[in-house]
Design a protein around this ligand. Structure first.
Ligand code: AMP
Ligand code: GLY
Length: 425
């Protein structure tokens, strides 16, 4: 079967790498892809937002299954439109993608179905938000309702700061995404992510992961899309995983089905774990980036079979089998990220890094220019290593990072610290 992956980041490279190993795949396409994806798939220059272009391409090239990577096209209804054109697609409908596209939608759903999450209020008006802020405990979290590419959450230490965040967002600093706000109780604890495949009320648990959101070592500096990950997350014991499924993911799948927005695809739960009890921070309606880069290499089962089972509603007929190893990913980003970065710097040594034992390098913002590999974005490379322990995976990943010659890039030096501390404790 011909398969198309939509997107062009590290997540999509990991998906293409996994799908290219499937005996069921004849030709694998990726739109638009990147320089690394081009080694595993045929890249086609169609933007992820170009719905008509993608549908025409699928028809011309007998694409029978589409895997959509990013949230933007999902929220805009790409899966609905592909399916209406007779092309099977993995991912939620626009109606179900509201779980990521509207934080108020998700908070209200949690409230209706007793799904544990932070206490909250919803506001469209500054005066009402200010009156609410006068009564809450600090710190307090101000969130734009809509999709804001990771910039929509402000953790505020003072009331003045929270009022300013509300005023800015309501005045349009994040465009339409900030026309409505969620003001939310600050949760303490340890963050972790959990992924499950869902079709209606069928749920197949996949795996846990932990991200490193801050740009700097020791979890300092501004938030980013993610500077490194590992999977599994040691904080996520079997007992906790069961609670996350029973109290959060299964009730959400049932609620969405019961309310006429059945969910299909991968559900990515961002969780706060406090004293062994999980609460939902947010849902994403897609695979994580860079979480996928540490989940796919651990998967023993055929990736295409699992994604098709989610689309076709036969999740009870498949199993997800995993390698026991821990996978750890170090993100290499262009200097200046998450602010503005210079594009076009030359990167060497990626092939040598990829030949190290247990190591795979997934590309994010890269482009080929003749023989040279050049940076073309903020997050540029994902150096992933498998190891028997988090410590071994970390040692291997950083040994591979040393092979990469890219003076204009940087990375965190402490990815995995929490996992290693917990396993050593
Ligand atoms: P979100 O995009 O909603 O996951 O928020 C981005 C980040 O902000 C999360 O990964 C957390 O680190 C932090 N965050 C969001 N909501 C809360 C909360 N209620 N309490 C504490 N931290 C939060
Ligand atoms: N790494 C977080 C995300 O994909 O949203």
């Amino acid at each position: 079967m011909n398969v198309l992956v939509v997107g062009g980041g590290g997540r999509e490279h990991a998906l293409c790498w996994g799908l290219s190993a499937s005996p069921l795949v004849d030709t694998l396409f990726c739109a638009p892809g990147n320089a690394g994806i081009a080694l595993d798939a045929t890249c086609v220059p169609i933007a992820a937002e170009d719905t008509a272009g993608l549908i025409a391409f699928c028809k011309q090239n007998k694409v029978e299954f589409v895997v959509v990577g990013p949230e933007g096209p999902l929220a805009a209804g790409l899966v609905d439109q592909l399916e209406a054109a007779g092309i099977a697609a993995f991912g939620p409908s626009a109606a179900a993608a509201q779980l990521e596209a509207s934080k108020s939608f998700t908070k209200e759903l949690c409230a209706r179905h007793n799904i544990p999450t932070a206490a909250f209020g919803r506001f469209r008006d500054f005066g009402a938000a200010k009156a609410y802020l006068a009564k809450v405990a600090l710190p307090i979290v101000v969130k734009a309702d809509g999709l804001a590419a990771g910039k929509g959450v402000r953790i505020c230490e003072t009331r003045a700061e929270a009022e300013e965040a509300c005023a800015e967002m309501l005045a349009g600093s994040l465009g339409a995404a900030g026309a409505e706000l969620v003001i939310e109780e600050f949760l303490r604890g340890e963050e972790a992510s959990f992924f499950a495949l869902v079709h209606g009320d069928q749920v197949l648990p996949l795996a846990s992961a932990q991200d490193h959101k801050r740009v700097g070592d020791g979890d300092t500096g501004p938030n980013t899309g993610g500077m490194g990950t590992y999977s599994p997350a040691p904080v996520m014991t079997a007992a906790l995983e069961k609670r996350v499924l029973d109290e959060i993911i299964v009730p959400t799948a049932r609620a969405m089905a019961a309310e006429g927005r059945p969910y299909t695809g991968v559900l990515f739960a961002g969780l706060m774990i406090d004293n062994g009890a999980p609460k939902l921070l947010e849902y994403n309606v897609r695979f994580g980036d860079p979480e996928t880069q540490v989940i796919v290499p651990r998967l023993k089962s055929d990736l295409l079979t699992l994604l098709q089972a989610a689309r076709n509603g036969v999740l009870h007929k498949v199993n997800a089998r995993w390698h026991d190893d821990t996978a750890l990913c170090v993100v290499m980003a262009a200097k200046g990220y998450p602010g503005t970065v210079q594009k076009g710097s030359v990167i060497g040594g990626v092939e040598d890094a990829g030949k190290m034992p247990g190591v795979t390098v997934f590309h994010a913002g890269t482009a080929r220019d003749g023989d040279a590999l050049k940076a073309s974005g903020g997050r540029v490379l994902n150096v992933v290593a498998l190891g028997k322990t988090a410590a071994e995976a970390q040692q291997r990943a950083y040994a591979a990072v040393q092979k990469i010659d890219w003076p204009e890039g940087f990375y965190r030096h402490d990815i995995g610290w929490r996992a290693i501390q917990r396993t050593n404790a």
